[in-house]
Design a protein around this ligand. Structure first.
Ligand code: AMP
Ligand code: MN
Ligand code: MN
Ligand code: MN
Length: 283
């Protein structure tokens, strides 16, 4: 436990704790610096900050942005998650998030339409009920849980493997903001841009390197360190790239509450000597 967790989700996206419950849980495990980083929304931030006023914890504004990048001279684009942290001026990023929310809402409907062709009924109403009618908060986690409840699959992972992941019948690419623009908008909001979980995109080592170099070239600030659950060799590879491209580091658990019970709030990887923690630059 280090007291810093800069990657967490609440039930405003695909976590299971309310923003208030998340802050309380963080206080309970002695986190002093917490970022709430829901998917493409900052709608839980005010609640977390309000609750934190009566507690000994600093809430960092955050959001996990569904972005995309491509290799030069190729058409194929790859999804990537960029975490925006510690914005001092929300206005630019909120404008961008409005577009992201539209993409997310429409994609939820498209995924459900594709699923209907596979399972012969429409789960969209049940999916929407899970997000209290906020279509722009639907993630594939919600859809996977609905498929479990309808006995189409036995576990959420099976929903991804059979229908929702890339290459499967109900996969829909998130056609979000490009990587360069994502970083520019974060900087216009005076925030920091963090490349989330670099080794979790099913990319080859060559493509991970390409992505990190691209991210650094666009002015990205820090790379999230791989979690303890990943092999040491993976961590060492990322450490080398961080050093080579002169990037800072961020640490976060990617806590999702009971949706991913194996991930514990505040369980973050150890920072190496010589690595520059992005939180040291927060005001
Ligand atoms: P979305 O932003 O709608 O694409 O949903 C992404 C979320 O779904 C991620 O943040 C994870 O929480 C979850 N997820 C993505 N891929 C998988 C997978 N292969 N297995 C389980 N959960 C996944
Ligand atoms: Mn998630
Ligand atoms: Mn992510
Ligand atoms: Mn996340």
């Amino acid at each position: 436990m280090f007291g810093v967790d800069l990657h967490t989700h609440s039930l405003i996206s695909d976590g299971t704790l309310s923003p208030e419950q998340l802050v309380q849980a963080a206080v309970d495990v002695k986190i002093h610096t917490l970022a709430l980083t829901d998917h493409d929304t900052m709608d839980g931030l005010a609640r977390a900050q309000m609750y934190a006023q009566d507690h000994d914890i600093q809430i960092i504004s955050g959001v996990e942005i569904s972005s995309q990048w491509s290799r030069e001279n190729t058409k194929k684009s790859y999804g990537v998650h960029i975490i925006a942290l510690n914005m001092q001026d929300d206005a630019p990023i909120r404008i961008m998030l409005e577009k992201q929310k539209k993409v997310r809402a429409e994609r939820a409907q498209t995924i459900c339409n594709l699923l209907e062709k596979c399972i012969d009924f429409d789960i969209y109403p049940d999916v929407i009920a899970k997000v209290d009618g906020h279509a722009d908060r639907v993630t594939r986690t919600h859809i996977a849980k609905t498929l479990v409840e309808k006995n189409i699959v036995s576990r959420p992972q099976q929903a991804f493997d059979r229908f929702l992941k890339e290459g499967k019948k109900a996969f829909v690419k998130f056609d979000g903001v490009g990587l360069k623009e994502t970083i520019e908008v974060i900087h216009a909001s005076q925030g920091f841009a963090v490349l989330a979980h670099p080794t979790r995109y099913d990319l080859s080592a060559t493509n991970i390197r390409y992505l990190i170099e691209l991210f650094a070239g666009f002015g990205g600030d820090a790379v999230e360190l791989p979690s303890h659950s990943e092999p040491l060799s993976t961590r060492q590879m990322v450490d080398r790239m961080i050093q080579q491209f002169g990037l800072g580091v961020s640490i976060g658990s990617d806590f999702h509450g009971d949706n991913m019970p194996w991930i514990k709030l505040g369980h973050t990887p150890k920072v190496n000597e010589g690595q520059r923690g992005i939180w040291e630059s927060f005001r």
